[in-house]
Write a protein that binds this ligand. Structure first.
Ligand SMILES: [Zn+2]
Length: 80
């Protein structure tokens, strides 16, 4: 392997430990809950989930779990 690639791999290892470098702006996941699988979407600080609880309350165990998993890596609401 050439030295250029070696240095990129080393840099990737360091980056992977520094999660605050990453901001998710939008994504979609299939979230397997205890009873069913739901589509959870994130767009510039706003969540959507296909579960019934989210439809009633605007937040749910799936979105809260994603916030915990991605703590410090989510774009603020309205941010680019
Ligand atoms: Zn949900």
């Amino acid at each position: 392997m050439d030295s250029g690639m070696v240095s990129k791999i080393e840099k990737a290892r360091r980056y992977a430990e520094e999660k605050d470098r990453i901001r998710f702006v939008h994504f979609e996941v299939a979230f397997r809950g205890d009873h069913s699988t739901y589509t959870v979407r994130y767009e510039n600080g706003s969540w959507q989930c296909g579960c019934r609880f989210f439809a009633q309350r605007g937040v749910c165990s799936h979105t809260m779990a994603m916030e915990r998993i991605l703590e410090g890596m989510l774009a603020e609401a309205g941010a680019e």
